[in-house]
Design a protein around this ligand. Sequence first.
Ligand SMILES: Nc1ncnc2c1ncn2[C@@H]1O[C@H](COP(=O)(O)OP(=O)(O)OP(=O)(O)O)[C@@H](O)[C@H]1O
Length: 590
Amino acid sequence: MLKQSGNKAGSSWRVLTSLLQINRKLWPQYVFLIICIILAAGIDVAGTEAFRRMISAATDSNMGALRESLLLAGGVIAGTVVLGSCASLLTEFVNYRSSVHLESLMVQKLLHMNIASHRNYHSGDLVKRVSDNARNGQIALNNNLMDGFRVFAVIVLNLVYLSAINILFTVSCLVVALLLPFALKYLSRKLNVIYGHKLDAESALNAFTQECIDGAEVVRTTSLGERTDSIFHSKYAEFMKWTKKGIWFESLTNQVNFFIRIGGMIFIIGYGGVLVKQEIIGVSSVVAFILVFWRMLNPISNAMVMWPRVQNSLSQLSRALEILEMEEERGIHNGNEMSRNSSEPTMVQFSNVSFAYSPGRVALDTISFTVKAGTVTAIVGPSGSGKSTILQLLLGFLQPASGEIRIGSALQAERDVLQWRSDISYISQEMYVFSGTFFENIALGKLDATLTEVMNAAQKVNMHDMIMSTPEGYGTLIGEGGLTLSGGECQRISIARALLKQASLFVMDEPTSALDGENEAAIFREFKNMIKDKTLIIVSHKPLRLEQVDQYLYLDHGQIVEQGTYEQLIARKGKYYNLLNGYEEEHDIA
Ligand SMILES: Nc1ncnc2c1ncn2[C@@H]1O[C@H](COP(=O)(O)OP(=O)(O)OP(=O)(O)O)[C@@H](O)[C@H]1O
């Protein structure tokens, strides 16, 4: 089952504390930013006081007091400019650093996470979690939290200031202002639930869209078109349902916000007028109250929509954290053992190995075999018999439920998985060409490879002439945005990559499935030269009939049912014999 929903990482508080830990190197910058915000709120209060004094001085015709209040206003303007610039520069800095840091942690995690967990997610969903949820969620959270500090500081400092003028008036105004959070609490909670559903629906829609694009050929060449259309529309309708609900609730939130603002202002003007008439406060103080509340209502209104926004960014970030909490491959960070990384041939041994992808569905059932150093073993058998599972276990992508796997004297369960893999040259069934040049793609097998080494490898897989016929030769771009290669050419590139690695053990999963007879023969001729001092394990659907294969393992329903040389299996006239006969008849091979 592919995962779509992302609220596993837990409560908002847990997401917040995890992010604080992740960004601990940025704590000094965060603290400095908060100090700037508090100082800016203090300057805001000083601005109101300067205004109040100006009005008072003007009504009293006191020129000395007017000059002083103008000086104070000048200081307020200068302080606002300096602190505002510091705060915006720091905000940009922490936004950039924290989002890039989170994204890079996620990319590292994706490279190191257990392959079984990786398969639980759709690739489109993973891309969205890294490049959208992590980046936008982190930036939105920073901005919303800093807005929160700003609002808190503005409210507290302004209330202290107003209390110095008249406590009763201040408390009454505060009560009116506090109506806002209570009125909007219910709406915010609803909005949060809606945002969660909307994210899930959007994720499911994106994953399905990517599947349609990736499988475009299959959709077109089968009768899937109409079905695909109807699934897309139902997913789109689900997404739109939550989008519309979200818009409606946002609009309701804004309306409630508006009415409380206007009501509050009417209350302040009315009550202030009564206090002036009773000569308890002066007109300049009422103006100060009006100014402060006019300014405070904005932060309070923002505070009300801020919590749903914080919730939205936290639910985005919980999808990112879910990836960071995934189990990594065993021993990935140990690095305390020296790698063998030798090109000496080595023995491979499976002892009583069992594996099940899910309880009750056994893929491999207590299998044991030995591949002697420097020999070639072909694993054959019908589809679903467990051939690829053996390779996945050998490569350490999967862990056996029971039994042991050894390369030479090294026991897999005791070794760092990266060092273990450094001894293996793997040619996968899925040939992947990265976006880059021919040189870069082949040199992935050996990162310090020279052009001559890369050319040698390309020559061995019959690709050199083709590469030299392209405009830039080995510098020609291939993959996405570059030259498009055929399946067979991609396969030859990945074989060249593996040849360059020069490991002690070659493991090949259907290595020539996309090749025509001529290229297949050429590659196997080359293998013959290459593998004369190597151990080689080949998995194949086809009943490979290669003269250099020393041992065949015939797999059926997760068990090795036949084992021996070509001659032994033919003489036995068992399952391998039948498979070979059937294949040769089907392909008209004499
Ligand atoms: N990721 C997976 N999750 C669940 N079951 C799986 C998974 N991969 C393989 N299986 C099941 O495990 C069994 C062995 O699969 P495996 O891919 O090893 O067979 P195979 O012989 O390599 O098949 P093929 O030749 O078609 O590639 C099959 O029953 C298959 O359905």
